[in-house]
Design a protein around this ligand. Structure first.
Ligand SMILES: [Zn+2]
Length: 480
């Protein structure tokens, strides 16, 4: 391809603190509108903001996880603009001294190479309220419960080159936020929002093309689709010699039409009249808090992935699936406390359990197959008490009923016949009933072996232990 695209992301993610960024209002969603508010987050005269220390800790924790530098001295600023969702007419944010800067996140590319994506900055700010234009025929409605909820804004360097790299980066960041337990980062629920900057340039060009900002995507998949569309649009314009038609502007992704539409020409930072927040003096991050963050023990998705591959001899693919969600990674390790074949456990989780969960859209936390129960099923198979085929049926039963695997096996009579005497009797019966076939087998029709196996399975309703049956059948045929 003659063109390359340059992509940078700006991500806002809601922090899981108990209270808001600068007041004591609770952070909880699904409440009655305008109940979690107070004079501070409503900007009443005479009220003063107080910084929530948890917000600072969470920002530093993400800073540590992304190898960022910490601004020893930091401050808050006011970003001024008028819109009804911001009751103070300004947002408290950080302008020139973000708490963290110059970090990176590694993503795994298709060719199995790692790529470093630079993090320009991470800064703290407060969220806005929510405006509803479609809930009332004559009025727009506002809910301020979200106003003042702490956010982290994460800005990447323009290091991403393709929509699929952007998609991978977002998934990695989401995993990290969830591993650190500082944000649920669910884009579909609005807990994480992504703005994209994208430009296109000819490969031989030295200069970047004009940057366009994309907004209004509500899933990582939508981000990928919007980028694909926008890159094509810009390349087409360049090909037609209409490069000047690519303007520095903000475009909106229209999900139903699968295209972008101009929203507004891009505003400049100066338009926001940033100035230092007079109610919160600039401050130093003290050593106690830095030490506290450094002493928190955590394993990031990438480290866990590498450890799983090495420790349990898993493929990179399997490890990356098992570590994509921290709850799933915990589940896997819990299974291994009771059953020590990591490879088998990984196979069963990825190929069987996740399929069942996908079918009814459940998450690992919501299912009745506890790690102990899955370990029991794997043990039953491992000890030849049930066949692998029955194991799949059993898993489905446990999944649907939540009952103990052993109880279901008893109830349904699914135990495998492994007892040699019992098997021998059954095989003898089958051979007696099929005298002709035995004669033909002895005269060289080897393929009849499969026929005998089939008859034995039929007689035992599939419960004969295949390995043992095979051995015994061979022995008994020889003695015929
Ligand atoms: Zn408040």
């Amino acid at each position: 391809m003659k063109y390359k695209s340059i992509i940078g992301l700006e991500i806002h993610t809601q922090l899981k603190t108990k209270t808001k960024a600068f007041c004591n209002c609770k952070v909880e969603f699904g409440q009655k509108p305008n109940t979690n508010i107070c004079p501070v987050c409503m900007g009443h005269p005479g009220s003063l903001p107080v910084v929530n220390e948890k917000m600072i800790e969470y920002a530093l924790l993400l800073g540590r996880a992304t190898n960022s530098k910490i601004n020893d001295k930091t401050k808050f600023d006011r970003k001024n603009y008028f819109y009804p969702d911001i009751p103070k007419n300004y947002q408290i944010t950080q302008y020139d001294y973000p708490i963290c800067y110059d970090g990176n996140i590694k993503i795994l590319l298709e060719d199995n190479n790692m790529k470093d994506i630079g993090i320009t900055r991470i800064h703290m700010e407060e969220d806005t309220g929510k405006v509803f234009h479609d809930k009332d025929d004559n009025n727009s409605l506002i809910d301020y419960n979200r106003a003042g909820v702490p956010l982290l804004e994460i800005v990447t360097e323009p290091d991403l080159r393709t929509p699929s790299e952007a998609y991978k980066f977002l998934n990695e960041l989401k995993s990290i936020l969830r591993y650190l337990d500082i944000s649920d980062a669910n884009m579909e629920k609005g807990e994480l929002r992504v703005d994209v900057n994208v430009s296109v340039m000819k490969k031989e060009d030295e200069e970047f093309g004009t940057k366009v900002e994309l907004k209004n995507m509500n899933s990582f998949k939508a981000v990928k689709k919007a980028l694909e569309y926008e890159i094509d649009r810009q390349i087409e314009l360049i090909k037609k010699g209409k490069k000047e038609k690519i303007k520095q502007e903000t475009r909106m992704w229209l999900e139903d039409k699968e295209k972008t539409k101009i929203m507004r020409t891009k505003e400049e930072a100066a338009d926001y009249r940033y100035f230092p927040e007079p109610d919160i003096p600039a401050f130093h991050i003290n050593n106690d808090i830095i030490e506290k963050i450094e002493n928190i023990d955590f394993e990031l998705p990438l480290q866990k992935r590498q450890r799983f591959s090495k420790e349990y001899n898993l493929s990179d693919y399997d490890s990356s699936i098992l570590t994509s969600e921290i709850d799933l990674a915990h589940y896997f390790e819990k299974v291994l406390e009771k059953f020590d074949d990591g490879k088998a456990a990984a196979n069963w989780i990825i190929n069987e359990l996740l399929n069942l969960m996908n079918e009814d859209g459940k998450e690992i936390k919501e299912i009745d197959v506890t790690p102990q129960k899955l370990a029991s099923i794997l043990k039953l198979i491992d000890q030849d008490k049930i066949s692998g085929k029955i194991g799949k049926k059993l898993l489905k039963e446990v999944y649907n009923s939540g009952k103990k695997p052993e109880d279901i096996v008893d109830e349904k009579g699914w135990s495998q016949v492994s007892d040699s005497d019992e098997l021998e009797n059954i095989i003898k019966e089958v051979l007696e009933e099929n005298n002709d076939a035995v004669e033909r087998y002895k005269n060289g029709e080897d393929k009849l072996f499969g026929f005998f196996m089939g008859q034995i399975m039929k007689k035992t309703k599939g419960k004969a232990n295949p390995k043992k049956t095979n051995q015994l059948l061979r022995k008994l045929l020889k003695n015929q």
